[in-house]
Design a protein around this ligand. Structure first.
Ligand SMILES: Cc1cc2nc3c(=O)[nH]c(=O)nc-3n(C[C@H](O)[C@H](O)[C@H](O)COP(=O)(O)OP(=O)(O)OC[C@H]3O[C@@H](n4cnc5c(N)ncnc54)[C@H](O)[C@@H]3O)c2cc1C
Length: 345
């Protein structure tokens, strides 16, 4: 539906949430100005498998065609330091595509639709609650830096299934096939202040420290993609603390634990939930405060349960004491995967 919109929407942050929102708004005739602190293409810390997004959401946002030829994951294998725990069919196929490629494609699409994208444009936090600005800046740094996310792309490594998940002591890592035969390796670890390796050695050293020695060996022998090393630290999981009046989406609003492979889907879904109130605001049918309240309430309603369930399970996967029962259940095919899948989506 095209509208006669006269108010411009500024979007701070050009990740999945910001870019897909920009495209959906342009589809409905709303003027969009997106500010991205970095430039495209860029490697990001992300497992790069997209699980739990529907075609309905992709079509609503107007980005379904970008996924036409995307690789699909249908099976996954869980492993620990001793070997394979379980291989299983995913309740719903997941997409495998690098952020390097996806974000650039979304940016080109937004530009081709008349959206303004300003790269290298960082919006100061003092503008966070400004009328007409959507805050889509991703993870918010905190001083309680407990988690470290690391990633790189490799080739020449054989996977058991196109998705592998490895559980170690205070860390887990996913291996996911993406385009052009690259395998994305991305893990979340509890920070170990005594580990001080070069960026290209950091992930492998963290794997060793959490007991995943065999996997570390496989990665050492693989071919590493130049420039694909990325790290992120100092963020908290769950709902983010927001200044009142801030209109935020994606990770800036809430962060689901990465093992779910669902953060990108939530970023897309939060963009979907934001479209209607923002179109009404852009048309002058509603004020900014009402628009912001509407967006917050709908995200809370949609995401509360999955965030709670995923966080509880995340701690069970991380802590060696709690992980053991999970491993035993997985080994005996007793883990209620379908239930877990539906409760975290
Ligand atoms: C270790 C790890 C593994 C993960 N694995 C997966 C996975 O397999 N599957 C999955 O679905 N999700 C995964 N996620 C989560 C997923 O990456 C995020 O949920 C998703 O990227 C959120 O998108 P976003 O647009 O909200 O934020 P981002 O993608 O982080 O984008 C935010 C953008 O805002 C820009 N920015 C920041 N500050 C400013 C500013 N002040 N002004 C302008 N621009 C700014 C940044 O440069 C960035 O481009 C993982 C996360 C981690 C940490």
């Amino acid at each position: 539906m095209m509208v006669d919109a006269h108010r411009v929407i500024d979007i701070a942050g050009g990740g999945l949430a910001g870019l897909s929102l920009g495209i959906a708004l342009r589809n409905r005739g709303v003027p969009v100005r997106l500010h991205e602190a970095m430039s495209y293409p860029k490697h990001r810390v992300c497992g790069e498998f997209i699980s739990g997004v529907t075609n309905k959401t992709l079509s609503f946002l107007g980005i379904e065609r970008l996924f036409d030829h995307t690789l699909l994951h249908r099976e996954a294998t869980w492993c620990n330091a001793d070997g394979v725990l379980s291989s299983f069919r995913l309740p719903q196929a997941a997409y495998g595509i690098s952020r390097y490629r996806l974000d650039e494609q979304l940016c080109s699409l937004l530009r081709s639709m008349g959206g303004t994208v300003m790269e290298g444009s960082r919006i100061g936090t003092e503008h966070r609650a400004r009328e007409g600005t959507v805050w889509a800046v991703g993870r918010k740094p905190t001083n309680q830096a407990q988690w470290l996310g690391l990633k790189m792309h490799v080739r020449g490594i054989e996977l058991r299934t196109s998705l592998e998940m490895h559980l170690g002591d205070w860390g887990y890592v996913g291996l996911a096939q993406v385009e052009d035969e690259w395998v994305n390796v991305c893990g979340l670890f509890r920070i170990r202040p005594d580990v001080r390796e070069r960026p290209q050695d950091l992930l492998i050293e963290y794997l060793r420290r959490c007991g995943l020695v065999e996997l570390a060996g496989r990665l050492t022998r693989a071919h590493h993609r130049e420039g694909s090393y990325a790290a992120v630290a100092g963020f908290s999981l769950g709902r983010q603390q927001l200044q009142s009046g801030t209109c935020s989406i994606g990770d800036a609003e809430s962060i689901i634990p990465p093992f779910t492979g669902h953060g990108m889907s939530m970023a897309l879904q939060s963009a979907e939930l934001a479209v209607e109130p923002l179109v009404a605001y852009a048309q002058g049918m509603t004020d900014w405060e009402t628009c912001t309240q509407h967006m917050r309430a709908s995200q809370l309603r949609h995401f509360r349960r999955r965030l709670g369930v995923a966080q509880s399970f995340h701690f069970a996967l991380f802590d060696p004491m709690w992980r053991r029962p999970v491993e035993i259940l997985a080994q005996n095919d007793l883990l209620p995967l379908r239930l877990l899948f539906s409760l975290t989506r």
